[in-house]
Design a protein around this ligand. Structure first.
Ligand SMILES: [Cu+2]
Length: 146
């Protein structure tokens, strides 16, 4: 990009950021599972019900240790639809965060769209999703501008 255009682009970007600030200020960051983080056997559907509503541009943080000798590896997938969600079917699922991405401060996922997000752990062929309850649905609401 040439300098003149870059300057114009930067100005446009600043204006865009300023214009969208009320929405940014309202966006929340929530750690999935709270202090339980992302683990086997915690009821995440229950967590989602208790910690909603979620809004567009909110950030979900998935925290889980990278594979080691004392913990199960975990991951984060988006399942295709409600049918695959109910069955914990990973065949057409999309990998969102691999086994190591939940380490440290965790993996951040921004709820950019207003749609149903079917989250699940993809480990052990769906067993973490079904037996381990590592799944939940989120449908963000449109942020209201006050
Ligand atoms: Cu898992």
């Amino acid at each position: 990009m040439c300098p003149k255009r870059a300057a114009g682009f930067a100005l446009a970007l600043i204006l865009l950021v300023l214009a969208s600030m009320p929405a940014i200020n309202q966006a929340a960051t929530k750690i999935v599972g709270g202090s339980d983080n992302w683990r086997f056997g915690f009821n995440y559907s229950d967590w989602a019900h208790k910690n909603g509503p979620f809004y567009q541009n909110d950030t979900l943080v998935f925290k889980y240790d990278p594979p080691n000798s004392t913990t199960f590896p975990h991951s984060v997938y988006l399942l295709e639809n409600n049918t695959s969600y109910q069955a914990c079917e990973l065949k057409n699922a999309t990998l969102v965060a691999n086994q190591t991405q939940g380490g440290g401060t965790g993996f951040e996922f921004v709820l950019c769209e207003i749609k149903d997000y079917y989250f699940a752990c993809g480990e052990r062929n769906g067993t973490h999703c079904s037996t381990g309850l590592m799944k939940f649905v989120v449908r963000p609401l449109e942020p209201c501008l006050s």
